[in-house]
Design a binder for this molecule. Structure first.
Ligand code: URA
Length: 242
């Protein structure tokens, strides 16, 4: 095809595109859908061997965050607004690990900022007499599961290298696993949270106390008493019990 022929064909294509758009406009269609490239992409799968090396080589939480990048490794990435990485002291003695961001966290990019988060903040400040910024808070998955469903095994697996490295970097004295998903994931257990909570477990040399999730406590306030027992065990372990 020579240049003249190409130009004529492009002119025909442009003219039919224009009349198509004019017809749509006349029918009241003011906007077109986004181009395919900006639509939710297929997840590209778990960390590659090379990325695994970068995760292991990250020497601080910011470097690790950079490796996480604009993560598209699992299907949760398609529905999130913001990645909720983690917040708090990089050398905290206490690390709380929840399940995954909810609506408020997805909007703000910070873990535990909704109603359950307010209760967690009360546990930290009123129960433990710590400041929220003195502990480290993270989740098993860093993107919000749709309709707050439980994270699925492939999603947990895709995110886990980052959580494991966060724990290694913070190296807390105590991990408090909030709820079933966090406790079962970290302990590789299928036991119910009601059986796991209230006793110490070992997470690669770090003392781990599972307890009920604050969202569960909002629905079952009578169980707060058991969480307070768990928190008192933690305070005894830290040597800061009243
Ligand atoms: N529930 C969680 O498990 N994590 C959050 O960050 C908020 C609610």
């Amino acid at each position: 095809m020579d240049a003249l022929e190409l130009r004529e064909r492009l002119a025909v294509a442009a003219s039919s595109l224009r009349s198509c758009l004019e017809q749509q406009q006349a029918a009241g269609i003011a906007f077109l859908p986004a181009a395919t490239g900006t639509q939710a992409e297929e997840p590209r799968g778990p960390v590659t061997a090379a990325e695994g090396g970068e995760v292991a080589a990250a020497t601080d939480l910011q470097e690790l965050r950079d490796v996480l990048g604009d993560c598209r490794r699992c299907k949760l990435s398609g529905g999130r607004s913001r990645i909720v990485y983690g917040v708090g002291r990089a050398d905290a003695d206490v690390m709380f690990i929840g399940e995954g961001p909810g609506e408020d966290e997805d909007r703000e990019g910070e873990p535990f900022v909704g109603r359950a988060g307010q209760l967690l903040t009360d546990i930290i400040t009123k129960g433990m007499r710590l400041r929220r910024e003195d502990v480290y808070i993270a989740n098993v998955v860093k993107c919000r599961p749709p309709r707050n469903r439980d994270p699925e095994p492939d999603e947990v697996a895709a995110c886990e290298p980052f959580l494991v490295r966060q724990i290694e970097l913070v190296r807390p004295r105590v991990i408090i696993a909030l709820g079933r998903a966090a406790a079962q994931t970290l302990l590789r257990s299928t036991e119910a949270i009601s059986r796991l909570r209230g006793r110490w477990h070992d997470y690669h040399g770090i003392r781990l106390m599972p307890t009920f999730h604050p969202a569960y406590l909002l629905r079952n306030p009578g169980e707060k008493r058991l969480v307070w027992e768990d928190i008192k065990s933690v305070l005894r372990e830290l040597g800061t019990a009243a």
